[in-house]
Ligand binder design. Structure first.
Ligand code: ZN
Length: 151
């Protein structure tokens, strides 16, 4: 495993739409293992492919109570309610933002072996998923924040 460099705001890669994963192979597993190690080192709660320069529809989320998840080719199939709270990003180290997100989302995705699964996420876990999903579309929280402050 290896720590990967986390791209920062201003890098064009963060603004690109990601491609679907087609091969659930060793290369994908290495990417996911590296992303997890990178996330732990950075003390974050989520990390998406483009943040480490890989334009594939992949993100990981570590939401304390719910545990650690890997999402490949995720689709948010329903979003309900709303929550407003503070958000940050490992690719935007200079700002915190106040961001409104759905309070509950249902996500369909694949695991690293290509097996489909569905997760219903609420609260903080739903926030992380929405934030990471946006990365796959080239969107950052600073685009949709109600307000921003220096951190
Ligand atoms: Zn982020």
């Amino acid at each position: 495993m290896a720590i990967r460099n986390i791209l920062q705001l201003g890098d064009d890669t963060l603004r690109k739409k990601c491609f679907e994963v087609t091969d659930f192979d060793d290369r994908l597993h290495t990417l996911l293992d590296d992303m997890r190690e990178t996330l732990v080192k950075a003390d974050g709660v989520g990390l998406a492919g483009p943040q480490v320069g890989v334009l594939r529809r992949v993100f990981i989320a570590d939401a304390e109570e719910e545990g650690y998840y890997e999402f490949i080719n995720p689709v948010i199939v329903s979003a309900k309610g709303s929550q407003t709270g503070t958000e940050g990003c490992l690719s935007v180290r200079s700002k915190w933002g106040t961001v409104t997100r759905p309070n509950k989302v249902t996500v369909k995705a694949f695991d690293r072996y290509g097996k489909p699964f569905t997760v219903v996420a609420k609260g903080k876990f739903a926030r992380i998923i929405c934030h990471e999903y946006d990365h796959l579309e080239g969107r950052l929280f600073v685009d949709i924040a109600d307000s921003l402050e220096d951190r």
